[in-house]
Ligand binder design. Structure first.
Ligand SMILES: CC(=O)N[C@H]1[C@@H](OP(=O)(O)OP(=O)(O)OC[C@H]2O[C@@H](n3ccc(=O)[nH]c3=O)[C@H](O)[C@@H]2O)O[C@H](CO)[C@@H](O)[C@@H]1O
Ligand SMILES: C=C(OP(=O)(O)O)C(=O)O
Length: 437
């Protein structure tokens, strides 16, 4: 279990470039299975989850060549499908959430796809029904081995396009169904599709490989099946969750930080939502400039004067992956805010640690927390904590950087799952952080 030691209470300053987006990378990497031709991907983040998926693809027989920092070439012309029956696959496939998205491409290209129960954050129930109902709609048969927690879909005679209305706009579920449908016979229509930038990028990549997907960016995707896909080159967008994390870090440590090349057009409600906490966000070209908030930041209220409420929703709503960061930043705001995590039921429990540090938070129920900001009249106190999940982990790290004294965070593999070389990047803007084991 890795550990960070953080000496908090220092203002930071400088520029930080966001890494490539973790959740987009996981989709894009799975899509390389759809063609026997070469696919080149740029801006791949060097993080645990992505590296685990790359090694799974390698074990599956994908030929992988590193072309430069973040750039790789993939060729899936001689896959070893026997690997899918191996003990090694059970281990590799259950190591991350994103592995679930190899099923759609394998089903499309080889008529069969398998996956052990995937990993990922333990943040509440994470059903896979949307994925498998989608495959069944396309004509696949489904089986689940409860004892081994192993899923399988098969369609030896190929898939057939169909209209489907998804029960929920699942991000990985939509990606999986889209990848299965691109080579199905006829037209597939997916209504209530997720439409995060991750999905938009995936569809853009698939279209450049020869797929025919329209409605990209909306919740109604129409896919006309083609017989095969070719190679392409794709560049991953900057990670919007990292961008939100650095906005929160800047505000809470009263630091002047420029986040460079953010691809502003794809940030949706992220800047607006941080502004609701009173944080100044200046757009400078494609950079975000956050001035030092030496006089703090004040929570806005609604037009009728009622208490501010920040909640998540499927895109283009506010992403659930930034609510933990919003919550920690609210602990030093002027004013109060209700944080409502609608999607996941176990993602707010980390507030116990913030309360230990002196934050004023009432956990109303597993989904809602009221935060009464300190307005920096009282700083958080350093403590020892364990990171329960990736976004709680980065939130605790931000809390530790703003706290007085030296904090210790254990289980930092959770943070490394999604943040590349974090201590070096934070040190470069003045943070006092050490990886101690
Ligand atoms: C690898 C990856 O890309 N992970 C992301 C992906 O996970 P993932 O694709 O696993 O998440 P889903 O979109 O399937 O669903 C997330 C949760 O929200 C619930 N739900 C979803 C849609 C909906 O309309 N209503 C609803 O209640 C689901 O029941 C589930 O509990 O999307 C999540 C939701 O943005 C993000 O937190 C994860 O970072
Ligand atoms: C929940 C997340 O990741 P995963 O779906 O990989 O667990 C996340 O990135 O915030």
């Amino acid at each position: 279990m890795g550990t960070f030691q953080i000496e908090g209470g220092h203002q930071l300053q400088g520029k930080i470039q966001p890494q490539g987006a973790k959740n987009e990378a996981l989709q894009i990497l799975c899509a390389v299975l759809l063609t026997s031709e070469e696919v080149i991907i740029n801006n791949i983040p060097d993080i645990i989850d992505v590296n685990k998926l790359i090694s799974l693809l390698e074990n599956l027989g994908v030929k992988i060549q590193k072309l430069g920092k973040g750039s790789y070439s993939f060729k899936s012309n001689e896959l070893n499908l026997d690997y899918l029956q191996s003990e090694q696959f059970k281990k590799d496939g259950s190591g991350l959430r994103g592995s679930i998205m190899i099923v759609g491409p394998l089903l499309a290209r080889f008529g069969k796809g398998y996956i052990p129960k995937p990993g990922g954050d333990k943040i509440g129930r994470r059903r896979l029904d949307t994925h498998f109902e989608g495959f069944i709609n396309l004509g696949a048969s489904f089986r689940y081995n409860k004892e081994e927690r192993f899923y399988g879909v098969e369609a030896p005679n190929g898939l057939k396009g169909k209209y489907m209305l998804l029960e929920e706009a699942s991000v990985t579920g939509t990606a999986n169904i889209v990848m299965a449908a691109v080579m199905a016979e006829g037209t597939t229509t997916i209504y209530n599709a997720a439409c995060e930038p991750y999905l938009q990028q995936l569809c853009k990549m698939l279209n450049s490989m020869g797929a025919k997907i329209s409605g990209v960016g909306s919740n109604l995707l129409v896919i006309e099946g083609v017989t095969e896909l070719g190679g392409c080159e794709h560049t991953i967008l900057p990670d919007m969750i990292e961008i939100g994390s650095w906005i929160g870090l800047a505000a809470m440590t009263k630091s002047e930080i420029t986040i460079t090349n953010v691809n502003w057009e794809m940030l949706g409600l992220i800047p607006t939502t941080f502004k609701k906490l009173g944080i100044t966000i200046e757009r400078r070209g494609d950079d975000i400039f956050i001035p030092a908030h030496n006089n703090g930041y004040e929570v806005q209220s609604f037009i009728d004067g009622s208490i501010m409420n920040i909640s998540d929703a499927p895109w283009p709503g506010f992403t659930p992956d930034l609510l933990s960061i919003i919550l920690v930043v609210a602990t030093q705001a002027r004013g109060s805010v209700l944080i409502h995590q609608k999607m996941f039921e176990s993602r707010l429990f980390f507030v116990d640690k913030l309360i230990d540090m002196g934050a004023k938070i009432i956990l109303c129920d597993p989904h809602r927390a009221t935060v009464i900001g300190h307005d920096f009249h009282s700083t958080l106190k350093a403590t020892t904590m364990t990171s329960p999940d990736i976004r709680a982990g980065i939130s605790l790290l931000i809390a530790a950087l703003s706290a007085k004294g030296t904090s210790t965070i254990h289980n930092i593999e959770q943070i490394d799952r999604g943040y590349e070389d974090i201590e070096a990047r934070l040190k470069s803007i003045g943070a006092k952080i050490e990886r101690v084991d």
